[in-house]
Design a protein around this ligand. Structure first.
Ligand code: ZN
Length: 90
């Protein structure tokens, strides 16, 4: 199994992000802090078999976000994402 076999798209983390942000996030738009690419969450690269969940930029493959969940807590590292824009839930 190669790293490409393990790659999913952003729909794979729709449920996880909804738990954290409490709104639908697959249509949210993130800006990569490394290359400035702007992509919908549904289009990012997701690796769920890393330690925790790793989200990478589809343009430059830099890490945008890491999420670890355990013992009733979440740890969210968004240092690779310059901005995350999403609609408020009405
Ligand atoms: Zn990038």
């Amino acid at each position: 199994m190669t790293i490409d076999d393990m790659r999913l798209d952003g729909n794979a983390i729709g449920g996880l992000l909804r738990e954290i942000f409490a709104v639908e996030m697959t249509a949210a738009v993130g800006t990569c802090a490394n290359c400035g690419a702007v992509n919908e969450v549904a289009r990012v690269q997701v690796y769920v078999h890393a330690p925790g969940t790793v989200v990478r930029c589809p343009a430059c493959e830099s890490v945008l976000m890491r999420v670890v969940r355990g013992r009733g807590r979440y740890w969210v590292d968004m240092s690779g994402m310059r901005c995350l824009e999403f609609a408020e839930e009405v």
